[in-house]
Design a protein. Structure first.
Ligand SMILES: [Zn+2]
Length: 407
């Protein structure tokens, strides 16, 4: 049984039963899962966690699910000590959290595992989502595993790699003539009409809980401590807030010392409503029209932007945006120093990390974790200029003639 006790409004504190719901009826603010942490603390220990499976389900006592998980092997992804990249940037304690290594190649599997498990608990036979691409693949994969129907909605321009990544699991794939924000609005209208589990709408509080395992894992993999700095991307802003919540829970359960982590939020300059608000010293996130190669975080009207901004501020971190050119350089730098091929969102994170290191905001001995949330191969067209090959005849002389000076 779960230690979740209610859904609670993040603004006015009104409580609701654990049901499909994303907002408070009184103030229209998002609701989140609240737990009986006292009871949880009695059962969650380092020793017990260490005996758990090498997946997000090692933290099942900290989840809102009641067992019978939809598990495709998500989580417990590597935390790599990035000495080569750290050397380039002058950082001695740099780590990469490589969430490209989830089953459908992005961090979304964390959130979706929990949301689809809850969808099945609630008795839905169909799950659906609004997606920029990665979420669609993850929802389709989990629906396949759970023997559920799936409707996935994406902007028509997401690109062939992301369409195939979802379609291979045989969902009903709906391409929408509009931006992600248009897709999201369509799904908000559909949720009123169809009794489906919309992963990031009426199941959003549960979906959010999956992402906090990023914080749990980072703390455990660092040897039961919270890093000094985390650099993570923000589209809707939800995952960014949940890394913080995951770290905070570890401290609340006395598994680590109190958290003193500076949270740095990364966006693409072509879609940076949260960074704009941060730079303006405002807590009001004004919507923008996205125009960036970083499609996974191209969300002009971020649902959790306000809360992400609060985390960046209150943690003593910050928020920074980078251009598409810097993003491409970031993808290449990560691939060529650490052997990790990230999608554009990862390039954004590395480019922001570089700026923070160069400006001295992150100092060389601070333990810093850069969160890489999705893999590059689905969107490889954006870096296709790296291919420089010379075709030779299949003999030694031809090879040497093309590549080596004659001896
Ligand atoms: Zn409320």
């Amino acid at each position: 049984m779960s230690y979740a006790r209610a859904l609670r409004c993040r603004k006015c504190g009104q409580e609701y039963p654990l049901e499909p719901r994303n907002m408070c009826d009184f103030c229209l603010s998002p609701v989140e899962v609240s737990y009986d942490y006292k009871a949880m603390a009695k059962s969650v220990t380092r020793d017990k966690l260490k005996e758990g499976p090498l997946s997000i389900w090692r933290y099942r006592d900290m989840m809102p699910t009641n067992g019978d998980e939809v598990d495709i092997g998500t989580g417990y992804t590597p935390l790599i000590k990035a000495d080569n990249l750290g050397g380039e940037l002058g950082l001695n304690q740099l780590y990469i959290k490589n969430d490209c290594l989830n089953p459908t190649y992005s961090f979304k599997d964390r959130a979706v595992s929990v949301a689809v498990t809850k969808a099945r608990e609630f008795g839905f036979d169909t799950v659906a989502c609004a997606s920029t691409g990665n979420l669609a693949a993850s929802v389709a994969a989990h629906a396949a595993k759970a023997n559920m129907k799936a409707y996935v909605f994406v902007p028509a321009d997401v690109g062939p790699g992301k369409l195939v990544g979802a379609a291979i699991h045989n969902p009903t794939l709906v391409t929408v003539d509009g931006s992600y924000d248009d897709v999201n609005r369509l799904c908000i209208n559909l949720v009123q009409k169809y009794n489906w589990g919309f992963i990031n709408i009426n199941l959003r509080p549960y979906y959010a809980e999956g992402s906090k395992t990023l914080g749990h894992e980072i703390a455990e993999q660092l040897g039961w401590r919270s890093p000094d700095c985390v650099i993570a991307p923000a589209g809707s802003g939800l995952m960014f807030t949940r890394i913080w919540k995951g770290l905070d829970e570890m401290a609340m359960l006395k598994l680590i010392e109190p958290v003193n982590t500076h949270m740095y939020l990364s966006q693409a300059a072509g879609s940076s409503p949260i960074v704009n608000a941060y730079e303006a010293g405002s807590l009001h996130v004004h919507p923008v029209t996205p125009n960036t190669i970083a499609k996974s975080i191209a969300i002009g009207s971020p649902t959790d932007g306000y809360y992400a901004l609060l985390v960046a501020r209150q943690s003593g971190g910050g928020a920074c945006a980078v251009s598409d050119e810097e993003t491409i350089d970031g993808i290449k730098l990560l691939a060529q120093t650490e052997g990790i091929f990230a999608e554009a969102t990862g390039g954004v994170v590395i480019a922001v990390l570089k700026k923070l290191a160069e400006s001295g905001k992150i100092s060389k001995d601070q333990t810093t974790v850069a969160v890489i949330t999705g893999a590059g191969p689905r969107t490889q067209d954006i870096v296709s200029d790296v291919v420089h090959a010379t075709t030779v005849k299949p003999n030694v002389e031809a090879f040497e003639e093309a590549f080596l000076s004659p001896v």
